[in-house]
Design a protein around this ligand. Structure first.
Ligand SMILES: [Zn+2]
Length: 181
C-alpha cells in the first residue's frame, strides 16, 4: 500500500468504501471480488499487496495520511484455492449446481434428483450422471434410457467448477468486454 500526500477533489470516504477490489492469488489468478474494507485489512496486515498494473486507486483517509488501495490486489501467501474440494453429490449440491431448475423442462417446483443413466442400467451416482428433475419429468422418464424418452437435457451435467476458476472465467470475459467498448 502506497502512502501519499492528500490530493484534491476526492470522492467521499463513504463512496470509496462502496467499491470492491479483485483479489489475485500469488500466481496471478483472479480469485474473487471482495469489498474494499476486507482489502484494506489484507493490505494492512501484509497478507496482500497492491498490483501495479491496476488502473484505479482509491484514497482511504486516516487522520494523518491518505492510503491508496488499488482495484487489484495480490495475496502474498500460498494459494487458498488448494483448500477447495469438489462437493459431494447430494441433493443440496446438485440443486445448487442446476440453479434449482429441472434440467428437462425448466420447472423450479417439486424437484428431485434423477440419474440420467438409470441406476438399474448401471448409472453411477456421480456429477456427470445426476441432475435436478421435477417429479413430473422424473416420473415420465422412469427407468428408461434418455434416448428412448424423447426428453433432452438443458446442459451436459458435470462437476461444479472450482469457484476461483469460475470467477477467473467471468473476470477475463469482463476484461474482454471492456476492451471492446
Ligand atoms: Zn421437469
Amino acid at each position: 500500500m502506497q502512502v501519499q500526500q492528500p490530493v484534491q477533489a476526492q470522492p467521499s470516504q463513504i463512496a470509496v468504501l462502496q467499491n470492491s477490489v479483485v483479489v489475485f492469488s500469488k500466481n496471478y489468478l483472479p480469485l474473487a471480488r471482495i469489498n474494499i474494507k476486507r482489502a484494506i485489512a489484507l493490505l494492512v496486515t501484509g497478507q496482500a499487496e497492491s498490483l501495479d498494473s491496476s488502473t484505479k486507486h482509491w484514497p482511504i483517509r486516516s487522520p494523518s495520511q491518505v492510503y491508496y488501495v488499488s482495484e487489484h490486489i495480490r495475496l502474498t501467501g500460498s494459494n487458498p484455492e488448494r483448500l477447495w474440494k469438489v462437493p459431494p453429490v447430494n441433493r443440496r449440491e446438485v440443486l445448487r449446481r442446476d440453479n434449482h431448475t429441472c434440467q428437462y423442462c425448466g420447472s423450479t417446483k417439486h424437484l428431485t434428483l434423477d440419474h440420467v443413466i438409470p441406476r438399474s442400467k448401471g448409472g453411477t451416482h456421480t456429477w456427470d450422471n445426476v441432475v435436478t428433475a421435477c417429479t413430473t419429468c422424473n416420473g415420465k422418464k422412469g427407468d428408461r434410457w434418455l434416448q428412448d424418452t424423447g426428453m433432452t437435457l438443458k446442459a451436459k451435467p458435470k462437476a461444479p467448477m472450482h469457484p476461483a476458476v469460475a470467477f477467473a472465467e467471468m473476470f477475463w470475459a469482463q476484461q474482454d468486454e471492456s476492451v471492446k467498448t
